[in-house]
Write a protein of this length. Structure first.
Length: 231
């Protein structure tokens, strides 16, 4: 998996360099932006206990023997856009943080307690932006985005009770879609806008209830916020 991630990362960098150095007949330039916002998600846990061997809820947890609750987190990023054909190609680097509590109440497997997990992620996107309403609203910069994100994951945890062991996949990746717009323009040519992104990707967190062979475990998030685009 590590070699696969390195290959994907190298492909992203080569494509970005190629897009930035290619001859542009209209001499359109690179644009740089910074963004910040909130997010929800990160680790997507398995919720189908019928596939977990010997799972048996305690009397105090008659619905689920296991559950995970994700809190709202924060993200910041720096991006570069290059006009390409009828839209723009975009890449950069993002940092995202979120925390999650896993609660275990499984008498059958003797896992009872909770684990607080903090997840830090560095993410490299490779996205193509389709410019919408270019003739009708040329200054709004409305863009529909679709592409790929590679993730580098770091986690720390605190727990209490009888808990299963766990592991964190250092690398994960997946697809993303989103939309952005710049309704506010300034005299110096810069713009202030909004963005919303949705992501679904490969597994990050593995434990007894989130095994690799299970279908549901993965990674996902929705994030949004403000973006400032320099002239």
């Amino acid at each position: 998996m590590r070699n696969q991630f390195k290959l994907q990362l190298a492909t992203i960098i080569l494509l970005l360099i190629a897009s930035c150095t290619a001859t542009d007949k209209t001499q359109r330039k690179l644009t740089f932006s910074v963004q910040a916002g909130i997010n929800h998600g990160g680790i997507t846990e398995n919720t189908d206990l019928t596939i977990v061997p010997n799972a048996e809820p305690t009397p105090e947890a008659t619905i689920d023997a296991y559950s995970g609750a994700t809190r709202t987190g924060a993200n910041v990023g720096m991006h570069v856009n290059k006009p390409l054909k009828y839209g723009e190609i975009e890449s950069g680097i993002d940092y995202m943080y979120n925390s999650q509590t896993f609660t275990y109440a499984d008498q059958g497997n003797m896992y009872i307690g909770s684990r607080d997990l903090s997840l830090h992620q560095l993410m490299i996107p490779l996205i193509y932006n389709f410019v919408l309403f270019k003739k009708v609203l040329p200054e709004a910069g409305i863009q529909l985005k679709a592409g790929y994100i590679g993730q580098l994951n770091f986690a720390n945890s605190e727990g209490n009770g009888m808990l299963p062991g766990y592991s964190i996949n250092r690398f994960s990746n997946g697809g993303t879609i989103g939309i952005s717009a710049y309704p506010f323009s300034f005299a110096n040519g810069s713009k202030l806008g909004l963005f919303v992104d949705v992501y679904r990707g490969t597994q990050i967190y593995e434990d007894y209830y989130n095994q690799v062979s299970f279908e549901m475990p993965g990674s996902s998030f929705v994030k949004g916020g403000l973006r400032y685009r320099f002239r």
